[in-house]
Structures are given as C-alpha cells and as structure tokens.
Design a protein around this ligand. Structure first.
Ligand code: SP5
Ligand code: ZN
Length: 335
C-alpha cells in the first residue's frame, strides 16, 4: 500500500499540555511518527496540492488565524507555545477581536493543543499527505495510507483541539467529492470521538460519518459522540455514533464494527475514508480499551471486506513503542 509522509510534519513540537491540572510533556510528539516510519517501508512524500483543498473544509478566518497565531504570540511578547485561556462558552458572535488571547479562545475548544512555531507547516503537510493518498485511490489504488501528524479528527471548520489543527480526513473526503465521487463514508476508529469530522459533515447527506469510540460520558471530548447525535437537516441519519465502555476488547469491538460496517453498506458509498487511531491499544497511556497488536489485522480485514476504495488517515495512538507495530498490523489487514 502506498504510504505518504512529509518530514515537515515533524516541525510541530509543543513542549507541554495541560492534563489533570498540571503541565505534562505533550503526548502527540514526533517520536510517534519516528516509530511508525521504522516499521513501514517505501514512504513517499506528497506533492503540494496547495491551500484550496484545505479551504473546502476550513473557514478562511480560521486558517488565517492558524497560520499567523504563533507569530502574533511572539509579537505580543510571549515565550513558549501559543495557548488560550478564555473561551466563549455561551455563544460565538462573529467578533473581530485583535487580541491573540481572544482569538486563541475563539478558534479552539480545549487547553491541550498549543500552537508552536512549526504547527502550521506540519498541519499543512499532514493535509497534503492525506491529499496524496486520496489521489492514489482516485487513480485506481485499492487503498492508500496517509501518515498524518498532527492528527485531524477533533478540529472543526473553525476550531482546533485534541492535538488537531487541520481535519485531514475531511480534506480527503472533500477532495474525493471535488473529483466527482458522490457518496463518501468516513469510519472513525480512533479511541476518541471524531467531533470535528462530525461537526463538518453534520448537515450533509452525501457524507456518512460512523464513529466507534469510548463513551463520551467518561472520556474526551465529552460534549460530542453520544448515540443520540444522528445528524440534522439533509444529514439526518448520516451520523452514527457507537460508543463503547472502557475495557472494551476485540469481541465487543467487532460487534460494534459490524454495526458500523452494515450502515456503510446500506449507505451505498463509492469511497471510504478511515480515521485510524491506535489509541484503542491496551497499552495506550491516555486511553482505556483493551485491544492487542494482533487484533488490528482482523479489524482491518473486516473493513477491507466492504470492498471500497479506501483512504486511511492516521489519527491518535500514544503507546509510542508499539505504535509502528500496531499501524503495520492494521495495514496488513488490507492485504
Ligand atoms: C487525536 C487524538 O487522539 N486526540 C486525543 C486528545 C485527547 N486529549 C485529552 C486527553 C489529555 C491526556 N493528556 C495526557 C498527557 C500525557 N503526557
Ligand atoms: Zn484519540
């Protein structure tokens, strides 16, 4: 399977994140990719598809903010990574506030996703990797893998969060639609609910979003991913959330997966995009499912049995020493 990664995706290097009331080392670090790159061979760098495909997903004011935020942070006399501390919980009027702290609150939803000097470059090239994998599949490959870092599924059209800045899987889906595909299914198998992807396509009938994740009553991102969220307007019924309890093992995971796959079959997709997070692994330091490395192969085999052209996009996975093996086990299921 062709695999895409750009070395500029390493540039994003926030130092710390807020976790349980203390600053701890940033979990989504470049060592993750280094472990995966060692486990895979024949990595290709993407070509540059430009900003246009990213603008199909994200609002211009958000992209302008993201590209300039760290520079504005430095100009404001700050050191370290750009970080919000006030959020407009009640409502978000389209205010034009010329204060970096206000904009950090306006365009984010959590306190664990700092913007560092290299963030824009890395997020841009992660999206280009997703576009290269999409181009491979549109060109006739059965499947392709975008080794995206930073990940993307937590960020929406105009907000970042959850270590995510550009929604790579949404960029891939929109690129496929722009190339003439009519109905796209997105299957999100990261441990956390893909709230950004859900928001982006919530009122769309041409993109089915199916997510298997930890119950948002116990796990991040809390405010999305509940089973009664089913889409709205033209998108009503085109969102399917399948939350599972902490401790979930392969048997109960597979039961939920079969439910999700049946929905994808019924939808009649002409292409599949998979948000693959390996944070469902038993040894993940921030997650609580019980999947083993070998489990990723039968999971992937079931997904491959949909027999759809498939773009696989990397999301989370923080058990760094096992990450390459877990990714390789998943990709092996696509044979
Ligand atoms: C893409 C993805 O998997 N994002 C997950 C975001 C979860 N963020 C909230 C959990 C914070 C846990 N921080 C632990 C840091 C340990 N160094
Ligand atoms: Zn995750």
């Amino acid at each position: 399977m062709r695999t895409f990664f750009d070395p500029r995706q390493h540039d994003h290097a926030p130092a710390m994140e807020l976790h349980n009331g203390a600053y701890v080392p940033y979990a989504e670090h470049r060592g993750r990719m280094e472990n995966v790159l060692e486990a895979l061979s024949d990595i290709e760098t993407p070509r540059d598809y430009g900003l246009e495909p990213i603008r199909r997903v994200h609002r211009d004011n958000y992209l302008e903010f993201l590209e300039s935020a760290h520079k504005r942070w430095v100009e404001a006399g700050r050191t370290g990574d750009a970080h919000g501390y006030a959020w407009p919980v009640v409502g978000r009027r389209p205010l034009k506030l010329n204060r970096i702290d206000a904009d950090l609150g306006q365009f984010s939803f959590d306190a664990s996703s700092p913007i560092a000097a290299g963030t824009w470059s890395s997020a841009y090239w992660a999206a280009q990797s997703a576009l290269a994998a999409t181009e491979a599949v549109l060109g006739g490959d059965r499947s392709a893998f975008a080794l995206c870092r930073p990940p993307g599924h937590h960020c929406g059209a105009d907000y970042l969060g959850g270590y995510c800045f550009i929604n790579n899987v949404a960029v891939a889906a929109e690129a496929a639609i722009a190339a003439g595909r009519k109905r796209i299914a997105i299957l999100d198998v990261d441990y956390h609910h893909g709230n950004g992807t859900q928001d982006i396509f919530y009122d769309r009938g041409d993109v089915l979003f199916v997510s298997i994740h930890a119950y948002p009553a116990t796990d991040y991102p809390f405010f999305w991913g509940h089973s009664d969220e089913r889409g709205e307007g033209a998108g009503e019924g085109a969102t399917l959330n399948l939350p599972l309890p902490r401790g979930t093992d392969l048997a109960s995971y597979m039961a939920a997966l079969e439910t999700g796959l049946a929905a994808i079959r019924a939808f009649g997709a002409d292409m599949l995009c998979v948000s693959f997070g390996a944070d469902t692994f038993a040894g993940d330091p921030i997650s609580q499912f019980a999947l083993q490395t070998a489990d990723y192969t039968p999971i992937a085999r079931s997904i491959a049995a949909l027999d759809l052209p498939t773009v696989i996009v990397m999301e989370g996975g923080y058990a760094v020493d096992a990450l390459g093996a877990n990714v390789a086990a998943f990709l092996a299921g696509f044979g």
